[in-house]
Design a protein around this ligand. Structure first.
Ligand code: CS2
Length: 423
């Protein structure tokens, strides 16, 4: 494999410009220097209008337990709505574009082959145009989403949408890179714009609030140009998977558990959930179980969970559980179910089982209260949650996570639901 080639300049195209990318990968790209960014929104085009109106600039509020530090990030040239496919295709066909980063969330990788609704399919069209334009320099597709082997998942999703000649051209010209990206980024609160204005004078319609902690581990196999992200503290390594698993199972797994168990117990924010005695005890259990599946030294795992606890306790971050509760049907199958399977079933993994039972309890309550469930399978979840008979309801809900009706998890979830702390 060739050595990485951080370069002074180039264009990076980002797909899925939400708060997370702006708090993390784009801030790191700004710190690397020299590169410009053209970004595309997720489903809502609103961010394009807001950011273009302020020339792509935004305030980044780093919110520690003690106070805020604000900086202005100026790395974005233009933002386009996701549906602006012709612009994306033209950008990918341009040799100056060397990197595409993605924060399209778990569900974005399962969106199929229609470019109207699927980012990987739009990339496939762009690669076809790049091939037809005769561009030889490899382009890197860099996944920054919470999936194990996210590069591999992305590669398969893009290849599935490529035509035959582009598929044959792919390996010579495209590097698909796995990364582990970590920075807890809540939805910005109403006062954020005022904080940016007070500290910098900049009038910001799209500020980002994030935590001080930041980590980016990137697979070290770019053949083409890339920003010198190590200047922003990124770590380039041969093996990303262990970092992905550590984060998914310890951070994201605990997040999902707190999101559902916390709300069932009557609290709204992560710092409240981790301070809730019974919810916290469930988190401890889940950590104990997840740790058994991670090939890392005890001291490293101890340090990691201790740091996580402090991050979750950040009293000023105000991370709402409802943010994390979204898309449970896409998250639990990568965060909780693999641990249950690896440990040999629900009896060996009561903490992970509680995460699943909290989800079934929470979606049931939400559906009965008439709230929409923010999830790619939201309607099917509401229908399943509406079943009168408990076993039928749990079987139908777990089916949406890919769990068979005769799986021992069905009984385990039925037994766990009434034991969950209730608010
Ligand atoms: C959260 C993540 O939304 C979620 O499910 O678990 O957004 C989490 O905050 C990030 O992965 C932290 O890096």
């Amino acid at each position: 494999m060739n050595a990485p080639a951080p370069s002074d300049e180039g264009r990076l195209v980002h797909l899925g410009i939400g708060n997370f990318a702006r708090a993390h990968t784009l801030a790191a790209t700004a710190a690397a220097g020299g590169w410009s960014v053209v970004a595309f929104t997720g489903r809502s085009a609103r961010m394009a209008d807001l950011l273009n109106a302020q020339d792509g600039r935004y305030g980044l509020i780093v919110r520690g337990a003690e106070g805020d530090e604000v900086s202005l990030i100026d790395v974005i040239d233009e933002v386009h709505p996701a549906g602006d496919i012709d612009t994306l295709v033209a950008l990918l066909a341009d040799p100056f574009t060397a990197v595409v980063t993605l924060t399209i969330t778990e569900k974005g990788y399962a969106a199929g082959s229609d470019p109207e609704s699927s980012a990987p399919a739009r990339i496939a069209l762009g690669l076809k145009a790049r091939r037809e334009a005769g561009v030889e320099e490899p382009i890197a597709l860099v996944s920054c989403d919470n999936l194990t082997g996210n590069g591999q998942v992305l590669r398969e999703a893009v290849l599935a949408a490529c035509d035959e000649p582009t598929r044959a051209w792919f390996d010579e010209h495209v590097d698909v890179i796995s990364t582990m990206v970590d920075r807890i980024t809540p939805s910005a609160d109403d006062a954020a714009a005022e904080v940016v204005r007070e500290q910098t004078g900049f009038v910001d319609a799209a500020p980002v609030v994030t935590e001080p902690f930041t980590e980016w581990v990137i697979e070290d196999r770019f053949r083409g140009r890339r920003p010198a992200w190590e200047k922003a503290g990124a770590q380039l390594t041969d093996d990303v998977e262990v970092y992905e698993l550590r984060k998914l199972r310890l951070l994201n797994g605990a997040h999902s558990l707190m999101a559902y168990a916390g709300q069932v117990a009557g609290v709204e924010r992560v710092d409240e959930a981790i301070a809730h005695r019974e919810v916290r005890a469930l988190v401890e259990k889940l950590w104990e179980e997840a740790r058994q599946t991670l090939p890392l030294p005890t001291a490293e795992l101890d340090a990691y969970t201790a740091a996580l606890e402090e991050r979750f306790r950040n009293p000023r971050l105000a991370d709402q559980l409802i943010r994390i509760a979204a898309d449970g049907s896409a998250k639990l199958p990568v965060r909780a179910l693999p641990v249950i399977a690896e440990l040999g079933g629900p009896e060996q993994s009561p903490g992970e089982t509680a995460a699943v039972a909290s989800w079934t309890s929470w979606v049931t309550q939400r559906a009965r209260d008439g709230h929409e469930i923010a999830d790619p399978q939201g309607e099917a979840i509401a229908a399943a949650a509406g079943r009168e008979e408990d076993r039928e309801r749990v079987v139908a809900l777990l089916d949406l996570l890919g769990v068979a009706s005769d799986d021992p998890l069905v009984d385990a979830v039925l037994a766990e639901e009434p034991r969950l702390p209730r608010g």
